[in-house]
Design a protein around this ligand. Structure first.
Ligand code: ATP
Length: 356
């Protein structure tokens, strides 16, 4: 493993910001730390960078214990959300600055700047000042200031948060391509699941100072390991209620509806549970389809999201369910009676209470 966090904890006074964090990242991996505000993502990144000291635990880079080393001796670089470029310096001078701090000789520094500009497509912009650059170009220079030192690890703390949506999407693709070219680990902090899902190999889901899961992004998305992940990643309908057992398998009683659980909870004696189904796995049909095993309701509204639409359905009992899977031949409009269904194998089920 190239970057290892071993049983790291961090307290600020009496507040525990991180506890018992383990993370092992390989040399060519792009890892996102994904979690809500205040969960401890930035603190973890700052501990890797050496901007904070862990209360307990170790940080290893390339086999070396760097826990006691200051940031500039760790061979890491960090890119922040507020990428502060020096306004009175050209792109070239902005990139030269970190190399001067390393006391690199002039010829090597120029060579390094040329290399960095080639990778980041900045060669034609080398003599411009920051105010003569677009937002995306400025962001590339900020990345360049991290990469020009040829770090062993690049740490990025919400670097795209201030960019507009379209530019963000372009930059996501660019940042991922730089990581592949350079073959070093990128550790990317974000609370934006789309960013984490589009760029990463793996996602570490951070919640309340701990890592709830660290896995391939598809596993995090398709098979959430915890209830928190099921709520936080993707968009799901949630059915919470008492569990009833029947010969055909267990089910949740949800506002007068029976949510069949298939094989889920077979080994559990939970008396109540929550089942999550992603909205893209929730199928809506016109009410003239075969109703068996489906949930009946009334289409309340359709929200167009560009590439897909969300169908807001009020089911019998008054609850709302969102569906975004529909057969292309189906025509439904608000007010129409509809049916909802899904593949029970796609439900993520978490027990709430275990019967005594
Ligand atoms: P955000 O997405 O909002 O940046 P985050 O997940 O990065 O959130 P952190 O910045 O790591 O969260 O903060 C985790 C917790 O630790 C927060 O409750 C924060 O208030 C607290 N914290 C961070 N730094 C300090 C500090 N220097 N002193 C005291 N508390 C701190």
């Amino acid at each position: 493993m190239y970057l290892q966090i071993k049983d790291v904890s961090k307290t600020f006074g009496t507040f525990t910001a991180l506890s018992g964090v383990d993370l092992s990242i390989e040399k060519n991996e792009f890892v996102s730390l994904l979690g809500p505000s205040g969960s401890g993502k930035s603190t973890l990144l700052r501990l890797i960078a050496g901007l904070e000291q862990p209360t307990t635990g170790q940080v290893l880079i390339d086999g070396q214990d760097v826990t006691a080393l200051p940031p500039y001796q760790r061979g890491i670089a960090m890119v922040f959300q507020d990428f502060l470029l020096f306004p009175h310096m050209t792109v070239r001078e902005n990139l030269l600055f970190p190399l001067r701090m390393l006391r690199m000789n002039r010829d090597d520094a120029e060579e390094r700047i040329d290399w960095c500009c080639r990778i980041l497509s900045l060669t034609a912009l080398k003599d411009r000042f920051p105010n003569q650059l677009s937002g995306g170009q400025q962001q590339r220079v900020a990345l360049g200031r991290g990469l020009v030192c040829r770090p062993k690890v690049l740490l990025l703390d919400e670097p795209l948060a201030n960019l507009d949506r379209e530019l963000r999407r372009d930059m996501e693709i660019e940042i991922r391509s730089y990581q592949i070219q350079l073959g070093i680990p990128f550790v990317y902090v974000t609370h934006n699941q789309e960013e984490a899902l589009s760029m990463s190999d793996k996602i570490a889901v951070v919640n309340k100072g701990g890592i709830e899961d660290f896995a391939e992004k598809s596993a995090v998305y398709d098979r959430p390991k915890t209830r928190f992940i099921a709520q936080f990643v993707g968009r799901s309908n949630v059915f919470t209620g008492p569990v009833e057992a029947a010969t055909e398998g267990k089910a949740i009683q949800w506002h007068g509806q029976r949510i069949a659980l298939g094989q889920a909870l077979n080994d559990s004696n939970a008396s109540s549970a929550s089942a999550y189904i992603k909205i893209e796995d929730t199928l809506i049909e016109a009410a003239n389809a075969n109703p068996s095993g489906k949930i009946a309701g009334t289409l309340r509204d359709v929200i167009f999201r560009g590439q897909y639409a969300e169908y807001l359905v009020t089911v019998d009992g008054g609850q709302e369910v969102v569906a975004s899977s529909i057969d292309s031949a189906t025509r439904v409009k608000p007010g129409d009676p509809v049916l909802l269904s899904w593949d029970t194998a796609k439900l993520d089920v978490f027990p709430d209470e275990v019967a005594a």
